[in-house]
Ligand binder design. Structure first.
Ligand SMILES: *Cc1c(COP(=O)(O)O)cnc(C)c1O
Length: 227
């Protein structure tokens, strides 16, 4: 068993999520996405055996090769930046969390048009305006959100964001609350934007308090990554 204490970690994490939902008062359901990047297919198998049915990968190539190595029916989420010339691969994922520009939205939508059903996607927003992170600003989210309504190959089911790495609680809440506002705008425009993908190992409890419906957890489940 490559991750001997995973069951205990999952149990504790689920308790923390339930407590955070209660504190936050949003009464949402929270989907846990086990981020298996840099780990082998055994991490996917262990996650499945611990009752986690959703896994996240940030690189297309790594994800595709892992898909070929596991037989458990997990749902694969693409959570990292996607180059437009690799957009075809979105067909292999349950959901793309990282639609971070108008041009990528167009490329992803073309794949959905070709296959005849829309690609389930989230709009990635960069609430804090960090140079090092991808995503649309809240202002761009409004204008692009209106335009994306016309992309029939794309179905925007919510918003994804990442908070600044060592932000204090005030910044975290401002970031997560900002993403929630963008989601409300998208809903008002007519998108089926029920999901809020936010929260990683170090900040997921605050994200859940702020309304996260999907948390993306790597380290807290599998331990520190080498790379
Ligand atoms: C790696 C990664 C995560 C998980 O990070 P941890 O801190 O290990 O929980 C979540 N989201 C994205 C986009 C990532 O790349």
């Amino acid at each position: 068993m490559p991750f001997p204490d995973l069951a205990a970690r999952v149990a504790e994490m689920r308790e923390r999520i339930a407590a955070a939902v209660a504190r936050g008062g949003h009464a949402q359901r929270v989907t846990v996405i086990a981020v298996t990047k840099t780990y082998g297919p055994d991490a996917v198998l262990s996650a499945w055996e611990s009752g986690i049915a959703d896994v996240g990968e940030n690189k297309v190539q790594e994800a595709l090769s892992k898909m070929g190595e596991v037989s458990v029916p997990v749902r694969w989420h693409l959570i990292g930046h996607l180059q437009r010339n690799k957009a075809k691969a979105v067909d292999r994922f349950e959901m793309v969390h990282s639609v971070d520009s108008g041009r990528l939205a167009d490329a992803v939508a073309r794949v959905g048009e070709e296959r005849g059903s829309p690609i389930r996607s989230l709009m990635q927003v960069n609430v804090a305006g960090e140079e090092t992170k991808g995503g649309l600003s809240p202002a761009e989210a409004d204008t692009e959100g209106e335009r994306w309504l016309r992309l029939r190959g794309l179905r925007i089911e919510g918003v994804m964001t990442m908070a600044p790495l060592d932000a204090d609680e005030r910044i975290l809440r401002a970031t997560f609350g900002g993403a929630r506002k963008v989601r409300e705008h998208l809903i008002a425009l007519g998108h089926p934007a029920a999901e809020l993908s936010m929260g990683m190992s170090h900040d997921y409890e605050i994200a859940v308090e702020e309304g996260a419906t999907m948390v993306r957890l790597g380290t807290v489940l599998f331990g520190a990554r080498d790379a």
